[in-house]
Design a binder for this molecule. Structure first.
Ligand code: NAP
Length: 288
């Protein structure tokens, strides 16, 4: 009997950790079944000849996606559903893994409104839209989502009175959205957000929101494995803004790849990281 093909979607593969994830899947994916990877970039093209690196049972399909353009998110979900249905896709869902890797970081405090909004639109709204567009396509039970977050989004950087609002076990997407809008309104007058207990970087709030909707979606979809992670401090354009990072992109790809394809049991709705952002292990569940 033919082996069932596995289907993965990975965003932001033109550079950094996303490219390392793609290279690893192309040349190192050891699963028993064939693997198809929809590899998204804003241009819709790949930065190198990945096909030449692919093992015979791995196929990489370049696709266009901008997290700031909801129609491109919907178009990608429709494309994957259509392709896989015509390839004899399974009734219970056609996507095994979604890795939401793409993101932006303006590594400065009190950034201008346009950069704050780019951060919230891309990292929070865009990543959430990807989850919502792909949830109906995920194999259930068993499908997985991995959201790239950051230790910067841990609640230890938020005032004690804000933490329970993110951790509320009854938090909904609407309540989370209101919380992020509250931050955005406070940050409109630089410094007011810090007085109100928020961290000074929009990136931190966007990633705390990623961790929060990861918990909400995991609670609402018990058959799936939906987790967020910090890849560590990684030598990419994004990571190098904060100084010389200790980890290579390949090392930064380890945790997301483990959450996407490794043995994680029933773990869902959790934040994964190593104890230190320098560590190169596969991480473990940590306090968000
Ligand atoms: N590097 C680190 O130390 C570190 C630490 C913690 C967390 N992370 C997280 O890891 C993930 C990957 O980061 P990285 O270090 O690999 O960063 P990177 O090298 O700067 O790559 C970021 C990727 O995101 C894509 N992207 C940005 N905005 C997008 C949009 N609106 N629509 C579609 N794609 C978009 C970029 O595409 P373009 O080239 O078209 O801009 C690029 O492919 C991010 O979510 C980041 O927050 C990284």
């Amino acid at each position: 009997m033919a082996q069932q093909t596995r289907v993965a979607v990975v965003t932001g593969v033109n550079r950094g950790i996303g490219l390392a994830i793609l290279r690893s899947l192309a040349s190192g994916y050891a699963g028993p079944q064939p693997l198809v990877v929809y590899a998204s970039t804003r241009a819709g093209t790949l930065p190198e000849d990945i096909a030449a690196q692919c093992q015979p049972h791995v196929q990489i399909i370049p696709v266009q996606l901008s997290l700031r353009d909801p129609s491109s998110i919907d178009a990608l979900a429709s494309r994957v559903a259509r392709d896989q249905a015509s390839a004899g896709g399974r009734g219970e869902g056609v996507v095994d893994v979604l890795i939401n890797n793409a993101g932006v970081y303006y590594y400065r405090e009190f950034i201008p409104t346009s950069e704050r909004h780019d951060t919230l639109e891309t990292n929070y709204h865009g990543t959430l839209r990807m989850c919502l567009a792909f949830l109906p396509l995920l194999r259930n039970p068993g499908g997985r989502i991995v959201n790239l977050s950051s230790q910067t989004g841990r609640l230890r950087w938020f005032a004690p009175w804000l933490r329970p609002r993110f951790l509320d076990p009854d938090l909904t997407l609407d309540k989370l959205d209101a919380l992020v809008r509250e931050y955005d309104a406070a940050a409109a007058r630089p410094g007011d957000e810090v007085k109100a207990g928020w961290p000074p970087m929009a990136y931190a709030v966007s990633k705390a929101a990623v961790n929060a909707f990861t918990r909400i979606l995991a609670r609402e979809n018990p058959g799936l494995r939906i987790n967020s992670c910090c890849p560590g401090w990684v030598a990419t354009e994004l990571g190098a803004q904060a100084g010389p990072p200790p980890k290579t992109p390949e090392e930064g790809a380890r945790i997301p790849l483990h959450l996407a394809f490794g043995e994680i049991g029933e773990t869902s709705g959790r934040y994964w990281a190593n104890d230190s952002t320098n560590d190169t292990g596969i991480g473990k569940v940590q306090e968000p």
